[in-house]
Ligand binder design. Structure first.
Ligand code: CU
Length: 489
């Protein structure tokens, strides 16, 4: 019987192997340098763990000869003991394009190390990959039926084989079994049946326990709930509650690490129209809670997304909703910013220009035609002065050329993206520990942003639907927010 259970297990696992600080946007997009080589990396994470991640890398230059991928832990034990790397496959039609697949064997903060060899020598970069099971895949009915029948056949077969062995085991050819042997055979069959039922029962219990563990793992990595309370009229308190009991034992809100200058990036988006956005940075207070004295806010229901990165480098987005009254509040300070304007419209699908609050413009430099889900793209936005000239004075905003928030109209997808991609910047910095020569994680965005009138974000919409993209840049000490609506097929 034990044989039976273990024979079924691999089949079930096969059926299961067919796919976050972000919400509903698990794939990782990254743009950056591996030594002298500029890379654009997409990691499609599996829905179940263990599972296979697909990696695609486009090189900016044609001088890359070979590329190797390996996955390992982002930090802590084992993070500098990589297994043997896999050689990436170079596309025949497009030699600047490399692909490969990697097994992700465990959940948590992992990284994919990419080692490049080419005409300019060696280069290396590590891309942080949050690895977690997104759901439990179910077995399909026909397979369930076949396996059930096989199990029944084997179970019944076992009983009859035991009976036959006792009854006819040492008979000479043509000899009839004695009545005593027939009686013993019946008894043995009854005992075997009991044992078979017992083993099946234990197998089922074991299976149930395993499935329960897996389910708890899936819940563990669901976005934690942002529990909010409003104190003294304008002080917003935020506490995280995991979807699994174990969460708060393992992820300590007292120990989150700073991610581009702040422990928490809090986004309040008025729903349903997404006509107000606040991007705030609450301070940590006693007991792992976070607090912010709110600026002026118009009344309404607000969606809460709060990004933090835990000490292992795993990015979490707390998700919640809060009803706020009209708040007169304090003026915005530091890196805090806000925007208000028109609600989400039916997107046109053409390049669009947005009037900024300072009278300048932001233009989404997009190719016309439909936007497709799960397609890696470079979202490029240019900024013009009131006189329609390219601006000369973009300055870093929290160390980067820009920050973009991609939000689906039903709030089921949210990603806070930078010129380096959808990876959390704090995790990216952790990931570079021990690479050949650590490239400054933020260089791309900052250096370009300081001179250029453009900012671009590598990303891909995770699912079809309507999205609003908030693009935040800084000019003359002021944060400006460009807002673009997109329909994705
Ligand atoms: Cu940001």
């Amino acid at each position: 019987m034990r044989l039976r259970v273990s024979a079924i297990l691999p089949l079930v696992l096969c059926a299961a192997l067919t796919m976050w600080a972000h919400v509903g946007s698990p794939d990782v997009y990254f743009e950056g340098d591996a030594g002298p080589y500029h890379l654009f990396v997409t990691v499609r994470v599996p829905q179940v763990i263990p599972g296979v991640a697909e990696i695609r890398v486009r090189c900016a230059s044609g001088d890359v000869q070979t590329m190797q991928f390996v996955s390992m832990r982002l930090s802590g034990p084992g993070s500098n003991l990589p297994p043997t790397p896999d050689l990436a496959q170079q596309s025949r039609e497009d030699p600047q394009f490399f692909t490969g697949s990697l097994w992700l064997m465990e959940s948590g903060a992992l990284r994919v190390r990419i080692r490049v060899h080419g005409a300019k020598g060696e280069g290396e970069v590590s891309v942080p990959v949050p690895s977690f099971a997104q759901r439990t895949l179910t077995m399909d009915k026909p397979l369930k039926g076949i396996l059930g029948l096989l199990m029944l056949f084997l179970a019944v077969g076992m009983v009859f084989i035991a009976g036959a062995a006792v009854r006819e085991g040492n008979l000479a050819p043509g000899e009839k079994p004695a009545p005593s042997k027939i009686r013993r055979a019946k008894m043995v069959m009854a005992i075997t049946a009991g044992v078979v039922v017992g083993v099946l029962y234990l197998g089922r219990a074991w299976w149930g326990a395993e499935a329960g563990n897996y389910e708890r793992g899936v819940n563990f990595f669901r976005p934690p709930v942002a529990e909010t309370t409003l104190e003294n009229g304008n002080r917003l308190l935020i506490r995280a509650r995991g979807q699994d009991k174990e969460w708060s034992n393992q992820v300590k809100m007292e120990e989150v690490i700073p991610d581009h200058n702040h422990l928490m990036h809090l986004f309040l988006i008025r729903v349903p129209g997404m006509d107000r956005l606040l991007h705030l940075h609450p301070e940590r207070i006693e007991g792992g809670a976070y607090a912010e004295d709110l600026p002026a806010i118009s009344a309404g229901k607000y969606q809460v997304f709060a990004d933090v990165v835990d000490k292992a480098g795993f990015p979490w987005t707390l998700v919640g909703e809060v009803k706020l009254p009209q708040i007169n509040g304090k003026p915005l300070t530091g890196d805090d910013s806000s925007w208000s304007g028109a609600p989400l419209t039916k997107p046109t699908g053409e390049a669009s220009t947005f009037l900024l609050q300072d009278g300048g413009h932001m233009t989404w430099e997009r190719t016309s035609g439909p936007l497709k889900a799960n397609t890696a793209m470079n979202f490029t936005f240019s900024v013009q002065t009131k006189e329609a000239k390219p601006v000369q004075d973009l300055e870093p905003y929290m160390g980067m050329a820009g920050h973009a928030e991609f939000v689906r109209s039903d709030m089921n997808a949210f990603a806070h993206v930078h010129p380096a991609g959808s990876v959390a910047m704090a995790a990216l910095e952790l990931a570079q520990a021990g690479v050949l020569e650590a490239p400054p994680a933020m260089s791309g965005g900052m250096a370009m942003g300081a001179q250029s009138a453009e900012v671009s974000f590598p990303y891909g919409f995770p699912q079809p639907g309507d999205y609003r993209i908030f693009v935040q840049i800084k000019r003359g000490g002021q944060v400006e927010t460009g807002v673009f609506d997109a329909h994705v097929e």
